[in-house]
Design a protein around this ligand. Structure first.
Ligand SMILES: [Zn+2]
Length: 381
């Protein structure tokens, strides 16, 4: 679906021309500066994948041995999770047509908790060396259920030594939230607070998807879910939380401000994220830049590339790359997302590039592994 997001009008382009020259100069400088990395990028250990789905919306996909073949030497480590929601095949709705994606049916989605046992059994089928490359995540809980935290605790007890975190799970997600059977999830639901409290207790890394705004939001409007999201994050300072996709989606586009509103200091997406990055009460929050639908905003124009690269260079400890691919059929679709980011990678300092592609993953998920294993030693049997 064609989107005008990130594209600027001809009139604005004229205004932005000096910035564009600066971006080009910065790109040239950046490419010289990152020469050793360019050599590294064509070979081994290019990135760790902080956001990867082994299975799809009907719980089918690839097994981790196939995924290791795809990762090859380009990817060192990856998270490993399914999708907590199952698309029902409703005969009344689509007849003989079997939907495999949530956009292919009007029938509801429901929570499919068996995904956690499936991911654990797949992980346990790997050798020790292969296991060391994965961080499995628990996703099969309903975040609107006060018992959700008890499910997570139960999974750790039944499969000790496996999981590093929880997620990706979703609260607000375009086209999805409204399709889920039962009570709609909310950022203000105490059931979610119980989940995040338990994640802090057990040391679980949290990957939380919650759109910053409604789909197709108007320019200059305050993003509808932003204040609830910030309040939630601030209620859980001891939980390690990764906000998936910086709150963006397929049609939940970056918050846009007109020139007039910008003059009144109404913040744009970058302004909103920068305010969060500099807020000491949100120091426990990181952002993932996964999903090709998010990459499309970042690489839309030379201006957006420069803006995003500037933010990553300024706050290199707070962003993680992930593909958000779902059961990829081979290396082509898997690496396409990483390669989309090439214009941004070229403008990063070597330090920022290394942190976003690899080091932040190692820091957060190694700590998660260590803490969850300690919780299991103290609490299992
Ligand atoms: Zn995802």
């Amino acid at each position: 679906m064609p989107l005008s997001v990130g594209a600027s009008s001809e009139g604005r382009r004229v205004w932005l021309r000096p910035a564009r020259w600066a971006a080009i100069a910065f790109a040239v400088w950046g490419s010289v500066f990152t020469l050793p990395l360019t050599a590294q990028q064509s070979g081994a250990d290019e990135f760790n994948d902080s956001h990867f789905h082994l299975t799809n919306y009907i719980q089918e996909g690839i097994d981790p041995h196939q995924f290791l073949q795809i990762m090859g030497r380009r990817v060192s480590r990856s998270t490993l999770f399914g999708i907590p929601l199952q698309q029902q095949w409703s005969y009344a709705n689509s007849g003989e047509f079997a939907p495999t994606y949530y956009l292919q049916s009007d029938a509801p989605l429901y929570y499919y908790s068996f995904t956690d046992a499936y991911i654990a059994s797949m992980y346990r089928s790997l050798s020790k060396d292969e296991q060391a490359r994965f961080d499995p995540m628990i996703t099969g809980f309903n975040p609107a259920d006060m018992y959700a935290a008890d499910h997570i605790r139960r999974v750790l007890r039944i499969f000790p030594g496996v999981f590093t975190g929880i997620g990706e799970f979703s609260i607000h997600k375009e086209f999805v939230s409204s399709k889920v059977s039962g009570e709609t999830a909310s950022l203000t639901n105490p059931a979610l607070d119980r989940v995040l409290d338990f994640a802090a207790e057990a040391g679980l890394v949290v990957i939380l998807h919650s759109d910053i705004d409604m789909p197709f939001a108007k320019m200059d409007a305050e993003p509808v879910y932003l204040s609830q999201m910030k309040a939630l994050l601030k209620r859980h300072p001891k939980t390690t939380i990764i906000w998936a996709h910086i709150g963006l989606g397929r049609v939940v586009h970056p918050v846009q401000t007109s020139a007039a509103a910008a003059a009144e200091r109404s913040p744009s997406q970058v302004g909103i994220v920068e305010a969060m990055l500099t807020d000491p009460a949100l120091a426990h929050v990181s952002f993932d830049i996964s999903w090709d639908e998010v990459a499309k905003y970042a690489v839309a124009t030379p201006e957006t590339v420069s803006r995003v690269a500037t933010m990553l260079n300024r706050y290199p400890d707070r962003f993680l790359f992930g593909t958000d691919t779902v059961a990829p059929s081979g290396p082509g679709p898997y690496f396409a997302v990483f390669d989309m980011w090439a214009p941004v990678w070229k403008q990063l300092t070597p330090e920022a590039s290394l942190k976003v592609r690899k080091a932040n993953y190692e820091r957060l998920f190694d700590e998660g592994r260590r803490r969850v294993r300690a919780w299991e030693r103290a609490n299992v049997r």
